[in-house]
Design a protein. Structure first.
Length: 78
């Protein structure tokens, strides 16, 4: 438990927490963006970038899986 010996200490900790909550913490209820991202309309760009990364990751994993299957064949990769 934190102890605050002056009102300014408590005010500063609250300010830090509010900043964290609004600008750093992702919120599941708003598509895992921060409230600030949602408020300022940055969420569509963020979600678009995430989808692009997701699609690239899926493509890369499929290719790795395909290569692993080919290497497992008796004659190796052809």
């Amino acid at each position: 438990m934190d102890n605050y010996y002056a009102p300014t200490e408590l005010t500063e900790r609250i300010r830090e927490w509010v900043d964290y909550y609004n600008h750093q913490r992702y919120h599941e209820a708003i598509d895992n963006v921060t409230p600030a991202d949602k408020y300022y309309g940055r969420d569509p760009l963020i979600l678009e970038k995430r989808e692009k990364v997701r699609q690239e990751t899926i493509k890369a994993r499929r290719e790795l899986s395909r290569m692993a299957m080919l290497e497992a064949l008796p004659n190796g990769v052809s």
